[in-house]
Design a protein around this ligand. Structure first.
Ligand SMILES: Cc1cc2nc3c(=O)[nH]c(=O)nc-3n(C[C@H](O)[C@H](O)[C@H](O)COP(=O)(O)O)c2cc1C
Length: 194
């Protein structure tokens, strides 16, 4: 049992990346919860993981961003089916810095950058092809120039307070390992009944 869950996570993510049947190894379910207590969950892509936390990017007008503004507590869940592995992470989010978001945005391909400008994520798309028209409009606006990061698009870092690893076993004798952080220090992990 490694004392640090982030190094175990890095090993599991590496195995998932190397597995030929896993097409989206960084896909994770992100659970948020409104101030009124209504949970909501959707898939996002993990863009960075380190001792500091788990980073994803999104539109700041989206439902998830609204809920995170009301309530910064959130959860993540990875499932790598061919490996029989699940990882759950609970904690709270912090916005990434503008410089970090700019750096990541600049690494995306041009169409994805134009798409970020064009999408009014989570709002009603009232007309067919409205998104395509907006992409074309921003393509014209930026021409051959640099497509900078929209002010309404950025990232969050989920700072983990607990991380649970689940490994499928034979005859449903699955293994679960729960790490809890206290005052920023990871405690000795506990085994849980499956
Ligand atoms: C595999 C997968 C990866 C996705 N990655 C992202 C992502 O990184 N960021 C994002 O904003 N939406 C991503 N989406 C779309 C979200 O699931 C969701 O539809 C969108 O963010 C709006 O969610 P919201 O209305 O709850 O805010 C992804 C969807 C799938 C299926």
């Amino acid at each position: 049992m490694p004392p640090d869950p982030l190094s175990l996570f890095a090993q599991w993510l590496k195995s998932a990346r190397e597995h030929p049947e896993i097409k989206e190894p960084t896909a994770m379910a992100l659970a948020t919860c409104s101030a009124a207590g209504q949970p909501s969950v959707r898939m996002v892509l993990l863009k960075e993981s380190s001792a500091a936390g788990f980073v994803f990017y999104t539109n700041l007008g989206s439902r998830k961003a609204r809920e995170l503004a009301e309530n910064p507590r959130a959860g993540l869940c990875f499932f790598w089916q061919p490996l029989g592995r699940q990882v759950r992470v609970d904690g709270f989010v912090q916005p990434v810095s503008a410089q970090e978001a700019d750096r990541y945005f600049a690494s995306r391909d041009r169409l994805a950058r134009l798409g970020a400008w064009a999408s009014r994520q989570s709002q009603e798309e009232k007309h067919p092809f409205a998104l395509e028209r907006r992409v074309a409009r921003y393509a014209l606006k930026f021409g051959g120039g640099e497509v900078e990061r929209p002010p309404f698009w950025s990232g969050y870092r989920l700072v983990p307070e607990s991380i649970e690893f689940w490994q499928a076993g034979s005859f449903r004798l699955h293994e679960r390992l729960l790490y809890i952080s206290q005052d920023g220090v990871w405690q000795e992990p506990r085994r849980l009944y499956p």
